[in-house]
Design a protein around this ligand. Structure first.
Ligand code: SF4
Length: 325
């Protein structure tokens, strides 16, 4: 049983993320914590993480955003949901606040970008269908295997539901990409796992996808290992899954080595090309691999909009007049 704790948040809400590829846009978390409970999720290590069965819901987010936007002489061009939670968690209260907040933004002419593994219901599809050109959607998915998906992302939407959401978003004209992240070497990136997934994504209308590999944080390593070894229904590569492959250290965690990652990304890109999907590695987690970024929040804003965001957050001089939404 999930507990939803209601809390009023304090302004300002429209603040930039510290994640490099999101630095151009304000980001919003509707909740503190996230009940989707992905086993690899980094927020479980945060000091303010409320626990797996609990979220803190910022119930006044939409109202505060409306006030903040009304006060601002210059509005941001786009807002991203959500760096440390999912706006589409399967909790009616959370979905209500997400819906109202996105509606306020869109009404004010501000684009909405999101990454989700959650449940994008009919009312969101209806809302997005009014201004599809203002929405940038990315749906996380790494496997078509329901059992494995349930183990990795216990309360997230299943693979079929995510594919359905992608197809619906594409049908109403929303630019929708997939996010193959985190891939597990020899498990979810095995050809007989990833190739059917890419075909299914293409069928749902996906033309491009971002990708990244599992980053093993020390506190989750034992849990991930035992979980993966227990997945007897996923034969390809399970025996070959070796912790030793995770040789690149970073901030106490480990990734597979950069040479091997490079090789695997090249193979993924070739598989993507065969399926008609362009695959770009996430640059934040793979600096130095020499590819372009993964467009986590949609395509980059125009030079004018970029200048505006930089100015809003004190990074640069203001853009010339007229360069705002
Ligand atoms: S959806 Fe994202 S924030 Fe939520 S548990 Fe999964 S990885 Fe963490």
């Amino acid at each position: 049983m999930v507990e939803v704790l209601l809390r009023k948040r304090k302004p300002p809400i429209l603040t930039p993320s510290r994640i490099p590829c999101l630095r151009q846009f304000p980001t919003i978390n509707i909740t503190q914590g996230c009940v989707l409970g992905c086993v690899y999720c980094y927020i479980q290590g945060y000091s303010n993480y409320p626990g797996p069965e609990r979220v803190v819901l910022y119930e006044n987010t939409a109202e505060l955003i409306a006030c903040e936007l009304a006060r601002k002489r210059r509005k941001p061009c786009r807002v991203y949901f959500s760096p440390s939670s999912d706006a589409f968690q399967p909790l009616p209260e959370v979905q209500d606040v997400s819906f109202r907040t996105m509606a306020v933004l869109l009404d004010s002419g501000v684009e909405v970008a999101f990454l989700t593994k959650g449940f994008v219901g009919h009312r969101f599809i209806r809302l997005f269908s009014e201004t599809p050109h203002m929405i940038f959607a990315q749906v996380g998915i790494t496997t078509l295997d329901e059992t494995l998906c349930r183990l990795l992302e216990p309360r997230a939407a299943g693979p079929c539901e995510r594919l359905e959401a992608i197809a619906k978003l594409n049908q109403i004209g929303v630019r929708t990409t997939a996010r193959l992240d985190p891939l597990i070497p020899d498990v979810t990136d095995a050809t007989d796992s990833i190739a059917p997934l890419l075909d299914a994504l293409r069928e749902a209308g996906v033309k491009s996808a971002a990708a990244s590999y599992l980053f093993l944080r020390p506190r989750f390593t034992a849990r991930m290992k035992s979980l993966l070894v227990s997945v007897s229904a996923t034969p390809p590569g399970m025996d070959a899954w070796q912790y030793q492959k995770f040789s690149d250290g970073c901030g106490g965690g480990r990734m597979i080595g950069s040479a091997e990652r490079h090789r695997r990304f090249a193979r993924l890109r070739a598989l993507g090309k065969a399926a008609g999907i362009q695959i770009a590695p996430c640059l934040c987690k793979n600096p130095g691999l020499g590819w372009v970024g993964c467009a986590i929040a949609g395509p980059p804003p125009s030079a004018e909009q970029d200048g505006l965001v930089q100015h809003m957050f004190g990074f640069a001089e203001p853009p010339p007049a007229g360069g705002m939404v």
